[in-house]
Design a protein around this ligand. Sequence first.
Ligand SMILES: Nc1ncnc2c1ncn2[C@@H]1O[C@H](COP(=O)(O)OP(=O)(O)OP(=O)(O)O)[C@@H](O)[C@H]1O
Ligand code: SF4
Ligand SMILES: [Mg+2]
Length: 335
Amino acid sequence: MSVETAARQDETVPAPGQQLLDVADLVVRYGRGRKAATAPAAVDGVSFSIRPGETVGLVGESGSGKSTIGKAILGLEKCSGGSIRYNGTDVTHASAARRRELGGELRAVFQDPNSSLNPRQTIGASLAEPLRIRGMAAGEARQRAEDMLVRVGLPREAVDRYPGQFSGGQRQRIAVARALICEPRLVVCDEAVSALDLSTQAQVLNLLADLRDERGLSYLFIAHDISVVQFLAQRVVVLYRGQVMESGPAAAVTESPHHPFTQALVAASPVPRPAEQAERRQKREALGVRTAAAAAAAPGGCPFSQRCPLATDLCRTERPVLRTVGMSAVACHYA
Ligand SMILES: Nc1ncnc2c1ncn2[C@@H]1O[C@H](COP(=O)(O)OP(=O)(O)OP(=O)(O)O)[C@@H](O)[C@H]1O
Ligand code: SF4
Ligand SMILES: [Mg+2]
């Protein structure tokens, strides 16, 4: 272990029982000034935490606020309310300089690897960039880049090639290599495997799992497909229109969901065998959940009430708070 790494690890090892990431009552509104004050919240009072070495899955439909939460944690989006603590330090309104200091410890892998790879830069230059910014000599940075490429299953020679010379799956491995080269503690994976075909998806998920176990990494793993989240996450948070509907251990949430929306998500997730797919479709139809195009619920009530087959007057007027049901926390009056 290098001196730099040892020093950093001493500073950043959380105290026993301390969460690596703590998100409390997070609110994010888009827009500036007065517009932001009156805009509907894209993220509306979300709380969850991630322990060292733990993967938390964040799942929900398109527009539910998943990426906004990821961006707020990475410091790419301003928080309108609540707090984000990283390793015991409040980073809710951390300055750009402070974020850069944390840069090596907090990294991201996005759906489109092209967003983090410059097409005109060799893979070696892209990977070495964050190391060079931290003052590492060119030769050592190149060696690190080669080793990291080998670790994610690519040949050493890939350092001298350009992103356009790789397949989607290979580019995503390069994006993982770039995220991990500075030895982060927490990686935000936002739809990191969603654009890949099923077998490539499985390979990249296995790679992420191996790297996590090897390095004690924590992931915030964001996806719209609950079956993908289930593979990697120990805990799952289900989001609907910016609010948490259900959260708990991955097995409890995915195998015996309590919230009508989680039940619909599980029924909608694809299964590999066609016979099971037909069974899933029947279950989904039997739930009677209306489509995502349904209008937003009136403020103050349950955000899911316009689509929920169980909705009553109580649901339309009173927002259910999260309460313990079995091993999970569920925001539903009737769970
Ligand atoms: N830059 C922006 N300006 C204004 N509104 C935005 C912006 N980015 C996102 N939103 C809105 O915030 C809400 C949450 O968006 P977000 O991208 O976080 O959803 P998501 O769950 O990641 O969806 P997807 O699965 O499609 O990626 C949506 O209503 C979206 O329209
Ligand atoms: S609170 Fe009511 S509307 Fe909301 S999920 Fe539960 S039953 Fe459905
Ligand atoms: Mg998104």
